[in-house]
Design a binder for this molecule. Sequence first.
Ligand code: FE2
Length: 437
Amino acid sequence: MISNKKFKKILNDIKRRPEDASKELGIEEKVFQKYLNGEMLIPFDVVKKSVEMWSLNYNDFFSVEDDAPKGFKYMSSSDSDLSKRLMHRNNKPYYLYKDTAYSRLSPFKPEWIEELLVVDNNDPENNEIAYNNGHFLHQFTYFIGEVNFYYIESGVKKVAVMSTGDSMYISPYIPHSFATRKNENNANGIILALTYADKLDHNCVDELNAIGVTLSKKYKMNLENEIQAFKSNLKYFLQINSINIETLSEKLNLPEITNFEKINQLPDYDTINKVAKYLEINLRDLLPIHNDAKVTIKKNSECNQWYYPNKKNKTYIFTVLAGAKKLPVSKAFEMQILQETYNEMSDLESPTHQYVYNIGQNPCNFYVNSHFEKEILPGDSLYIKPNLRHAFSSLNSKLLVLRTGGKISGDPLYHFSHVEDNQISRVIDDNKQWFNQ
Ligand SMILES: [Fe+2]
């Protein structure tokens, strides 16, 4: 929907009073005021004119519509069944897909997928296996039953033999495939494939696209190892400041960094700190991530585990599933529920979007702000908004939980946190003109 609030915000950003804007757009001021106050719908033509006149983007005018006003969205397993899609590969049925819970706000698009191809070997070169081309989104996968996970890493086909409780993470564009391993029970394997955008989302891609391939390629850093990552990142900040390494080493009296190309050891903490201070940036900005695995495979037996809230009050067991260091706020867990009835000590709150799927054999109860909301049956799923207080109770039910940071994590979160308390509401819903008449 074209948002009148967003239109007001834009006028603030480009420092136009309504009387200025209406004149420039050739709209009667009275009518224009009605658009801004929400008394009249804003015609698309007005947006088009504004975009052309003031170098704006169309999507600046559209708002995100909240489809989870209660703080969560629930999808029953029978609703999931309604979205069944059969996928063929090599002219044979290969996957059966079903949607599970998600929201317009959720960075993830989670699928339940049954593996219809049954294999009797673990050969990654098996020509029955249809590898895809990989995709833009990150993928976390949880395995149920006997499933082979096939993937291509650096041009080499590989296979991981997975069973219930095992999990994997793959980076964007890793080609992959799945098949059921022949088993005594003749049961098809199931995966929960949770694909999500983290920091590099479609808005970023829009920006890269507009900047163009030639210029965008120059952004790419060398994160191969710690030294390359340090150098690449320092170069980035030197370029931003138009200062070269000789000048920097002179200013700081650090001859050891003058011969930049020859640095083969990470400078010590004091040196990096001096550089950070001189460039007026945080130390962490000079310590980039590097060499994170493109594929992580985690067997259930190797996972870290803990009780929550603590050993004394064993309410949940958290088992940490596959993840990647480069995505520090995207975390997946198996969560076993040990409490039969709700108590406040068991409340959970996560500053991330959350996906929950009942992988257990038993139903569980879901509470929001201490109130019972829903019974979650095996196969049911939930989307939960960030920072919502919630809890579960049941005896020995088990949930799969995926948490992802969304847009308000990392640097945007730090910037948000720097806004004064009395201005926070303005950031969230800015309706005011930037000056008083
Ligand atoms: Fe995938």
